[in-house]
Structure formats: C-alpha cells, structure tokens
Design a protein around this ligand. Structure first.
Ligand SMILES: Cc1ncc(COP(=O)(O)O)c(C=O)c1O
Length: 385
C-alpha cells in the first residue's frame, strides 16, 4: 500500500504512518511490547536499539498524526501535559511567553507552579483580540501559546492573524489543538509552528488511553523534540500508541457526528427557557461565528451553558442519566462537567471569573449517541431545575 501525495483527509487518517507488518503482513501495526531489540552484530541493527528511544508502534502513530496535522514530524508523549512540558524545553530561563488567558487549567498550573521556578515568565491575554497579543509582546518574548476554541468558554483566536503577528516578532507559535481536533482545524495550515494535543481526547476518541503528541514543521524544533523525548523519557507506551492509532482511523466519521450532535444540542439549548446562555461557535449568536466559519470545519463537539445559579446547575448535573458526570472530553460517550469545581479547580476563583468561567457553567462533551436520546436526557434534567 502506497499513500499518494494527494490522498484526502479520511484516507490519511486510516493509512498514514502504517505499512503491513514486515514479518507477517498483519494489516494492523502490532503492539511492539518490548523494551529492547536484538542487534545483528556489534554496531549493526535494524534501526531499533532501546524502546525509550524507538518503538515501531509509537513511530507508526507519530507518522500518522504528523500527516493528519500537515506537519513534518510528530512525537508522542505519556500525556498531553508531558507533550506541553517537552515543548516548553525549547525555551531558556528569562524567556517570556504570551498565553491565551483561559487556557486549560493544567497548562496554567504547569506554567505558573512549575516553569516559573525555572525563570520562565508568562502573560495571559485574551488572544481573540490581536491588539492584546501585540501589547503583551516584550523584547524577551519567545513564544505565543494559543488554545482555540478555549476551554470551556469556547472563545476563538484568529489563527492566521495571530501567526502573522507573532512571526513578525520571530515568536514560536504553539497551538493546543485538543479541543478542535485536526478534523475541525489544522493550525499548521494557518502558520503555526507547533501543534500539541492531549491524544486522550478526540484523537483516541474512546476514553481508554491517556497520551499526548507534539507536531512540528521546523527542523530545529524536530531535532530538539526528538532529543528531549529520549532525554526526559516521558514517552507514550506501545499499548497506548496502538489505541490512539486505532482511534485516528475513525476520526473523520466520529467528528462529523460530534459536530452534528453538538450543533443540534446547542440549538436545542439556546431556545430552552431554563438555559440562560449557551456558548458554541456554531450558533449565529456566538460573537466569533464568522471567524469559526472561516477557520473551522464544523464547530466541534463541546458546548458550554449557564443555568442562572450554582444550585440549578447542581440539580442539572445530578439529574442527567445518559450523560456521565466526568472530567475529560472527546470520547464517543457524552460527558457533562462543572468546570469551576472540576477541570478548572486549580485556577484561582477570581481568575476564573475574569475569564468567564462562572459558578453555574456546565460543559458538555457531546458524544456520538443518537441525538434524540441526548436531547431527552437533557430535557428531563432541565425539567427538574
Ligand atoms: C486542551 C487541553 N490541553 C491539554 C490537556 C492535558 O492533557 P492530558 O490530560 O492528556 O495530560 C487537556 C486535558 O484535559 C486539555 O483539555
């Protein structure tokens, strides 16, 4: 099987990075659950020496995701946070980073509680406003770290505009593309230098693996990331690499359904009398709906809503039956959560409010179940509040 250069997205998802297993012809890349490789003779081996450094299952996944994201190389890590940690080693003490203000809570914790100890500095701004990015740039700024759509307020950053601005100041642009998935948007096409994912989410898609990946285009970044993946050793294990590789094969059809179900639920919630506000880029009421139409394919699988009070939100969360109250997102099953006390509990309350994460906010990671079952579940739960 040879993938042609002009292969389309779904074909790339299924085939890129993979060849039938050379020893048996197995069509699916095996789980190479080994720690080392026997060498033919002193100084002669098959390209594999030790499994922290190279593993064929991991390499297949890395080739697959690099192709899916339009990058040149990818590196798989033990979690999304490990992937972000690796990216940040491109910086040196004294460097400054401009960051999307309501970035994932774990990213904020890594930057504030860990990396500040190593003299990195961070400024958080509303990156949906390019002027705010520009005003935050200083002589020591080396990186722009973006998340779009943001979690959980679903605000967007103009990827092309932000990349152009950042590159004028020679900044590295990193985009956390976990929330959208590469089906919905490919930041490298808009000029990003590095894309990070928690593969735990849409890429794996089945809520049965934790992992992360960094996709790069620039040779210097690629060389460093290959080095740091081995030097720090926070690699993705072969079983998890295999699970994600299985997940990416169905990414396009899953995302089509996530997008469709989320749009349908957002429309339903937007007209529901018990719901005070719905955040979803696919709604014409979303302040950046026009931007979403230009940089996203569909509007993603995540919706946030507000009910008017913490008490009403508590009742809603405790009344759903089909939807599971749980952190995480991007799986085939619908998850519902309370960002203020769950995913964003590590963000100080006053900061949470500043970035729009209210006490009554609910986040739904819309799965691919039958839409009528999802609506009925929400309907009966909303009836109780
Ligand atoms: C947007 C985003 N980035 C990064 C992460 C971290 O990924 P992981 O949990 O795989 O370490 C998460 C996890 O929820 C996330 O939502």
């Amino acid at each position: 099987m040879k993938l042609r250069d002009n292969a389309r997205f779904s074909t790339i998802c299924i085939h890129a990075g993979q060849e039938p297993d050379p020893s048996t012809g197995a069509i699916i890349t095996p789980i190479y659950q080994t720690s080392t490789y026997v060498q033919d003779a002193l100084g002669r081996h098959k390209g594999y020496e030790y499994a922290r450094t190279q593993n064929p299952t991991r390499s297949a996944l890395e080739g697959n995701i690099a192709a899916i994201e339009h990058g040149k190389a990818a590196f798989a890590f033990a979690s999304g946070m490990a992937a972000e940690g690796a990216v940040m080693t491109l910086l040196r003490a004294g460097d400054h980073v401009v960051v999307t203000d309501n970035t994932y809570g774990g990213t904020y914790r890594l930057f504030e509680r860990v990396l500040r100890k190593y003299q990195l500095d961070f400024t958080y701004v509303d990156t949906s406003d390019l002027d705010q990015i520009q005003r935050a740039i200083r002589p020591t700024t080396k990186m722009l770290f973006l998340e779009t759509p943001t979690n959980p307020t679903l605000r967007l950053t103009d990827l092309q505009g932000a990349c152009e601005l950042a590159h004028a100041y020679r900044l590295i642009v990193v985009v956390d593309n976990t929330f959208a998935s590469p089906y919905v948007q490919r930041p490298i096409d808009f000029g990003a230098d590095l894309v990070v994912h928690s593969t735990t989410k849409f890429l794996n898609g089945h809520s049965d693996s934790v992992g992360g990946v960094v996709v790069a285009v620039n040779d210097e970044h690629i060389e460093w990331l290959r080095f740091i993946q081995n030097a720090e050793g926070a690699i993705l294990g072969p079983m998890d690499a295999w699970l994600v590789l299985r997940g990416t094969k169905t990414l396009p059809i899953r995302m089509e359904r996530h997008n469709a179900n989320a749009q349908d639920l957002a429309d339903f919630l937007a007209s529901h009398p018990k719901v005070t506000r719905v955040h979803y880029p696919g709604l014409t009421s979303h302040p950046q709906h026009a931007l979403a139409r230009t940089q996203m394919r569909g509007f993603g699988g995540i919706i946030s809503l507000e009910t008017g009070s913490l008490e009403r939100t508590r009742t809603l969360l405790n009344s759903v039956c089909l939807m599971s109250l749980a952190e995480s997102l991007g799986g085939v099953e619908t998850l519902i959560s309370h960002p203020a006390s769950m995913t964003h509990a590590s963000v100080p309350p006053e900061r949470r409010l500043q970035i729009g994460i209210t006490e009554d906010m609910v986040r739904i990671s819309v799965g691919i179940e039958d839409i009528d079952d999802l609506k009925e579940d929400l309907e009966q739960a909303l009836d109780r509040i």
